[in-house]
Unconditional design. Structure first.
Length: 132
């Protein structure tokens, strides 16, 4: 059974993030005024409200901040249950993504980004445990 999950909507604020994922890069916004890396993307920095905002490639490493297992099927064809994690990147921002690990995530556990193709020319970042 194939998924009928809708593809992410491309908004101007997150096009760079989606384009980076296709290239295998985790792209996040950064304020050129104060250096703050932040998420979600937007036209102003949440720290100093500066408008000189750009994008950087993040190493995609961090730790699990929290996680939840979903048992409800929201889209036809989705495999349930599935795990969603909130990751605190080592660079600061927190991202909420799907879990790529086979075992349950551990709060505080080290994670790294990978990219999953979800449609023709569309990929999304997901996180899983870092091999030690």
């Amino acid at each position: 059974m194939s998924s009928t999950r809708p593809l992410p909507v491309r908004y101007p604020e997150d096009a760079e993030h989606l384009d980076g994922a296709v290239r295998g890069e985790l792209r996040i916004p950064v304020c050129h005024g104060c250096g703050e890396k932040f998420w979600p993307p937007g036209p102003v920095c949440p720290r100093d409200f500066g408008t000189d905002v750009g994008w950087v490639t993040d190493p995609g490493t961090g730790t699990v901040n929290s996680w939840v297992r979903f048992h409800k099927r929201y889209f036809a064809g989705d495999a349930v249950p599935y795990v969603v994690v909130q990751v605190r990147l080592d660079s600061g921002p927190r991202l909420t993504t799907t879990w790529a690990g086979t075992a349950d995530p551990a709060v505080g556990g080290a994670v790294g980004v990978s990219f999953r193709e979800v449609g023709d020319g569309v990929a999304l970042p997901e996180f899983g445990p870092v091999a030690s």
